[in-house]
Design a protein around this ligand. Structure first.
Ligand code: NI
Length: 182
């Protein structure tokens, strides 16, 4: 059975709260919620289910988007047709980043933002992420390109930041000579 999670809308001030580090080990409720998030993100990226359940496609969600202020992020990336990689990171930190910056050419989207937002968001092209997995084991890995953007976007949620906060109000659209688009 599929039960849709209620995701806070951008108008909700709770999205602006800075989330707290999670004390490990993870509780059963948090683990259950992570499973539900993975399922929903996966369904949202599969046409049949996104239509059936009326889900807006998304690849990432952070706990504060559910009104829970714990530093937990989930990313579900489709690596090939119908094949998904899941990333669950508890207390994530960016421990190093590339000098090179990139931006999603079409702009970023967010499951809490139900409208098109024009403008480019500058992100590091590569980041190294450190944190813990669901079993409290320390993890560290490198993310690049779209996945790197996803991690930076989700970690921002933990600090109460929405992607459009990072769009330059005076010059929202960047040129190809100032940044590499993906
Ligand atoms: Ni978001």
């Amino acid at each position: 059975m599929f039960k849709e999670l209620k995701i806070l809308d951008e108008s909700d001030k709770r999205l602006r709260i800075v989330s707290k580090n999670v004390t490990l080990p993870l509780g059963a409720e948090d683990k259950k919620l992570i499973k539900q998030i993975i399922k929903q993100l996966r369904y949202s990226q599969i046409d049949e289910y996104s239509k059936k359940y009326n889900l807006r496609p998304g690849m990432g969600l952070a706990f504060p988007q559910l009104g829970i202020h714990k530093r937990i992020i989930v990313i579900v990336e489709e690596i090939e047709d119908g094949v998904f990689d899941n990333y669950v990171v508890i207390n994530p930190e960016i421990v190093s980043n590339s000098v090179e910056m990139i931006a999603a050419e079409a702009g970023e989207g967010c499951l809490s933002v139900n409208r098109e937002v024009e403008g480019h968001v500058k992100r590091f092209a590569r980041v190294t992420i450190k944190g813990f997995d669901e079993d409290s084991d320390p993890i560290q890995f490198r993310a690049r390109e779209e996945l790197a953007i996803a991690f930076q976007h989700e970690i921002d949620h933990l600090d109460g930041i929405l992607f459009y906060d990072r769009i330059d109000k005076k010059r929202p659209i960047l040129g190809e000579n100032e940044i590499r688009f993906i």
